[in-house]
Design a protein around this ligand. Structure first.
Ligand SMILES: Cc1cc2nc3c(=O)[nH]c(=O)nc-3n(C[C@H](O)[C@H](O)[C@H](O)COP(=O)(O)OP(=O)(O)OC[C@H]3O[C@@H](n4cnc5c(N)ncnc54)[C@H](O)[C@@H]3O)c2cc1C
Length: 391
């Protein structure tokens, strides 16, 4: 039934699956739902104007200009599965009425999956708006275009995206300085020794690493640091962290914690027929036995498969050990971990790489490897089975 209500177009279907967000979580949820339910209409509502694409290459191959081929699927893939891609920003959810409102249109749902992901945190210093950000394809395109005639760049923030982008820009021949408050990248998260190995990867890719500094201002053509140093540059990238996009859920009264939507191991929120997945969700992992927050590509896909299956009446729960791969210059670093802390760590250097092991309470909780795939795989098993490290 389609009708008009107070000037709004009303799309009512007694049975409809609506997904908000076209990242890996949203697309895999739609795909999984369709696999289990061939009849119910499925729509993905997305604020991104592009055909759904892979984000990991945006700071790597795409930024280096090596590929433009990052679409997750061709347009026909969605048509063949009768998954409607609707490019619109959802403004509000009305869980009582089982409706989402986007750009004056109302989309009724029988099941709603929120896969709104994260957005970059704006750089909170004078002139911060001068810095590029890197989340969406449009951001990456702007950064790539801007870097094509840049001789020098400052990358702010030494998380994985900052390290990857600094290495990629350096590979393009740009003179790059990566600045961060940490003495070495991510020492607070991964430990000083692992951080030092990441610093070496950044430096061996051709970028300079300046740790222990904060940015005070971004001026026209330069970045001012709090140690009195000013770095002249043609381009500034702020890779200073992301914030989950949980505003829609909060406004609709769903339970949230730390800006994430609280869900169970089936990805169900506190409200009937509403699921949340990917970066925006804080989900119970049954193997960990607790809530785990992740911002990784594969885990977003896994969440989507679970939510899509459960919404279609199947039984599925999140029990995998989270993990991701990252590429800094030529080196690929692989990580499996619950990611919520450790009390001891041991780093072992190999001939052309390293393994960092993490334990808590006497059992394995994480492994970070570079050119040590056996340890990466063994680490997953040890973490999953809550075993001690015996290396
Ligand atoms: C440059 C870059 C490199 C990365 N590299 C890696 C990597 O190497 N390995 C790895 O594991 N992870 C990597 N990540 C992280 C990974 O991409 C994310 O964890 C993953 O994309 C999260 O998926 P998601 O579906 O939850 O959210 P997202 O991919 O963020 O998608 C969210 C979607 O929701 C839409 N949306 C938000 N609000 C609304 C609204 N109100 N209405 C409609 N649509 C809305 C957005 O437009 C977007 O389409 C990288 C991320 C970036 C940015």
């Amino acid at each position: 039934m389609i009708g008009l209500l107070r000037g709004m177009r009303l799309f009512v279907n007694n049975s409809a699956m609506v997904v908000v967000g076209s990242g890996p979580a949203g697309v895999s949820a739609a795909e999984a739902f369709r696999r289990h339910d061939s009849d119910t209409p499925v729509s993905i509502l997305t604020a991104d104007p592009a055909l759904p694409y892979a984000r990991p290459p945006l700071s790597k191959e795409f930024l280096r200009g090596e590929t433009d081929d990052i679409a997750l699927h061709p347009a026909e893939w969605y048509a063949e599965r009768r998954i409607d891609l609707v490019h619109t920003r959802v403004e509000r959810i009305d869980p009582g009425g089982h409706v989402v409102i986007a750009d004056g249109q109302r989309f009724a749902y029988s099941s709603l999956i929120l896969a709104c992901g994260s957005a970059p945190v704006p750089l909170p210093v004078p002139g911060g708006e001068r810095a590029y950000q890197l989340r969406a394809l449009a951001d990456a395109q702007r950064l790539r275009d801007g870097s094509s005639d840049a001789d020098s760049a400052v990358v702010i923030g030494a998380g994985f995206i900052g390290c990857e982008a600094a290495a990629s820009l350096a590979r393009r021949g740009v003179s790059v300085t990566l600045v961060a408050p940490n003495a070495v990248p991510q020492d607070n998260r991964l430990g000083a020794e692992a951080g030092e190995r990441l610093r070496r990867l950044v430096v061996s890719s051709g970028a300079r690493y300046v740790g222990g500094v904060a940015v005070e201002a971004v001026d026209e053509g330069s970045v001012r640091l709090d140690n009195g140093v000013t770095i002249n540059c043609d381009l500034v990238l702020a890779a200073t962290g992301v914030r989950p996009q949980s505003g829609l859920a909060e406004d609709a009264g769903l339970n949230t914690a730390d800006s994430r939507v609280v869900v169970d191991a089936n990805m169900r929120t506190s409200v009937p027929d509403v699921f949340a997945i990917g970066d925006v969700a804080s989900a119970i992992n049954t193997t960990a036995g607790r809530r785990i927050n992740v911002e990784h590509w594969q885990d977003a896909v896994d969440h989507g498969e679970i939510a899509g299956a459960v919404a279609a009446g199947q039984d599925a729960k999140w029990d995998g050990v989270p993990g991701f791969w990252t590429t800094i210059g030529d080196a690929t670093v692989k990580y499996h971990a619950w990611g919520d802390g450790y009390d001891s760590t041991r780093l072992i250097d190999h001939q052309d790489g390293f393994t960092a092991w993490y334990e808590r309470g006497g059992t394995a909780v994480g492994v970070l490897t570079c050119n040590a795939d056996d340890n990466y795989e063994r680490g997953e098993t040890l973490i999953k089975n809550k075993r001690r490290l015996s290396t």
